[in-house]
Structure formats: structure tokens, C-alpha cells
Design a protein around this ligand. Structure first.
Ligand code: CP
Length: 316
């Protein structure tokens, strides 16, 4: 098993074996974070640059922690403090950063496809840390790792993804991963939040009671209000009345079902505090697993660049 790609831009099209390889690699990195000295020399001398053109708490911090636990240098650029604010194009920013010879770029951007554009221009691996409404591959990997930990498998599970699926990169990456790993997907939300293609991804429900019945896993989504135009929702009150996951609705799932949310959560809108902080919630386990997943991705991609460089030196 291995991961063949030069970049990690999405999970769409990855083989089951590649996803499983990434998950198993992440598992092998977990124990480093449990040590008293949480650092190994694996990526010493490597430079990882984070290009974050949208806000982030979990993804940005965990990529930085992951890089530092592997002894790589991590430099982060945020859109709001970069020269993008002076009119520099994304490609010019990328070319200038690439001219400083980083070993890996991690990019979050509001436009779908921005990391793909970057990957075509720079000579180092690119990891997509979330692009528009397209994909968020490392989020889905940490979600898969969390489900595997808590339930013991993914194959054959019934997984409900609830909320603003139309605008959610997290939903897209998770749908690809869950299908590749043999889970059955249910998509629950108001019709305005379900794209027509949703019926090809899984069972579509507009009613929480029907959609949640007997599922093993419930994955709640934040309303992506920064990506929504007008008229998607009559009101937040109405949305939460029909689609907020509260303890009563969670009773419809299988006993012992787990609840995921990628964060940030909007308490009382898509998830009630009694569920977010309750025994079924694995939200903070997801965050913990994010570090291991990002360590694995950086190791595989930035590490590969190092192997190529070593081979080049030997040829010379
Ligand atoms: N889940 C996630 O991507 O969170 P952040 O936006 O805080 O990175």
C-alpha cells in the first residue's frame, strides 16, 4: 500500500487502499503526541509554508503543530496580512513563495480549485486545507480515523451527513471517503442545501426523523453562511427547529451512535449543547486526530521531496 499522488488536493478518485494507507500512517504518528517530548527529527531541515486565505483555527493550528512535531519549520501566511491585500494575484504570491524553496505548501482558499492552480505552478507538494465548497481532504481523513477508532470499522456503517451539504467541502470529502471505504451515506437537509447530484452520493432525506433512524454515525455540518447567497433559508430559527441535532432526535440513531462535527460549531443552530458536550460527541477526538493525520500527510509528501533530492544528489 502507498499513496501515489504528488499532492493531496482531494479524496475524489483516491483508491480505498490509498485512503487506508493515509489512515494507517496517521495511526503510526499518534504516539508521538502522547510522549513527554513531542518531537521527532523526521522532517528536520524541511520547510512547510501555510497559505491561509480564509480563517481557520483547527486546520491551521494542527498543521503547524504537526510540522513542528516532525521538526519541520512552519511559516504561515494569512491572506489578510499578505501582499494579496495590495493587489498581488494568487499565482504571483505562489510563485514568490515557491522561489523561497519550500518543501511543502498547505493552502486554504475561498475559491474551489485554488490549490490545484498552485500545484500546477510550484515545484513542491501542495496539500489542500479546504478550497471553497470543493474539498477538505485532511478533515475527512481525520473524520475517518475517528470513526474507525470509535466504531472499529467503516465498511457497512450507515452514516448520516446533516445540514448545508451544498456549500460544504467537508461533506464532499467525507462522501468520497465513506463511499470508498464501504459505508452507506445518507444526506439530510432542506432541499435548498442538497445539490441535484446528492442522490448519486447516497440516500437523500429532508426529514431528520426518517434520515437519522438507526444510523451508526451522525456528522453535523455548520451552515456555511459565508458561501450562501440570499434565500437559502427562511430563518435560522426555522432551520434549527427542523435540523438542529438535539438529544431527542439523536435517540433515533442506533444506541451508541457517535456524533461528529468539523467545527466551528454553532450551538443551538445545527447542534444543541446537550449533544455537542454529551457522551455521544467525538468532536474533540476529531481535533486530536487532526494532528496525527496532518503529520502523516506532511511526512508522506514533504518526505517524498526529500527522497527525490537525495536521489538527485546520488546521481550527480
Ligand atoms: N474544521 C475546520 O476546518 O476548522 P477550521 O476552519 O477552524 O480550520
Amino acid at each position: 500500500m502507498s499513496f501515489a499522488g504528488d499532492h493531496l488536493l482531494g479524496l475524489d478518485g483516491l483508491a480505498r487502499e490509498e485512503i487506508e494507507y493515509l489512515l494507517e500512517s496517521a495511526e503510526s504518528f499518534r504516539e508521538i503526541s502522547a510522549r513527554e517530548i513531542k518531537k521527532v527529527p523526521t522532517l528536520r531541515g524541511k520547510t512547510v509554508v501555510g497559505l491561509f486565505f480564509e480563517p481557520s483555527t483547527r486546520t491551521r493550528t494542527s498543521f503547524e503543530i504537526a510540522a513542528k512535531r516532525l521538526s519541520a519549520d512552519f511559516v504561515s501566511i494569512s491572506g489578510s496580512t499578505s501582499s494579496a491585500t495590495k493587489g498581488e494575484t494568487l499565482l504571483d504570491t505562489a510563485r514568490n513563495v515557491a522561489a523561497m524553496n519550500p518543501d511543502c505548501l498547505v493552502m486554504r482558499h475561498g475559491s474551489s480549485g485554488a490549490p490545484h492552480l498552485l500545484a500546477a505552478e510550484v515545484g513542491c507538494p501542495v496539500i489542500n486545507a479546504g478550497d471553497g465548497a470543493h474539498e477538505h481532504p485532511t478533515q475527512a481523513l481525520l473524520d475517518m480515523l475517528t470513526i474507525r477508532d470509535k466504531v472499529g470499522r467503516i465498511e457497512g456503517l450507515d452514516v448520516a451527513i446533516v445540514g448545508d451539504i451544498l456549500h460544504s467541502r467537508v461533506a464532499r470529502s467525507n462522501i468520497h471517503a465513506l463511499r470508498a471505504l464501504g459505508a452507506r451515506v445518507r444526506l439530510i437537509g432542506p432541499p435548498t442545501f442538497l445539490p441535484p447530484v446528492a442522490r448519486h452520493w447516497g440516500e437523500v432525506h429532508h426529514d431528520m426523523a426518517a434520515g437519522l433512524r438507526d444510523v451508526d454515525v451522525v456528522m453535523m455540518l455548520r451552515l456555511q453562511r459565508e458561501r450562501q447567497g440570499a434565500n437559502f433559508l427562511p430563518s435560522l430559527d426555522e432551520y434549527s427547529r427542523y435540523f438542529c441535532l438535539n438529544a431527542e432526535r439523536l435517540q433515533l440513531a442506533k444506541p451508541g451512535a457517535i456524533v461528529l462535527h468539523p467545527g466551528p460549531i454553532n450551538r443551538g443552530i445545527e447542534i444543541a449543547s446537550e449533544v455537542a458536550d454529551g457522551a455521544s460527541s467525538v468532536i474533540l477526538d476529531q481535533v486530536t486526530n487532526g494532528v496525527a493525520v496532518r503529520m502523516a500527510c506532511l511526512y508522506i509528501l514533504a518526505g517524498r521531496a526529500r527522497v527525490a533530492a537525495v536521489e538527485e544528489r546520488q546521481v550527480v
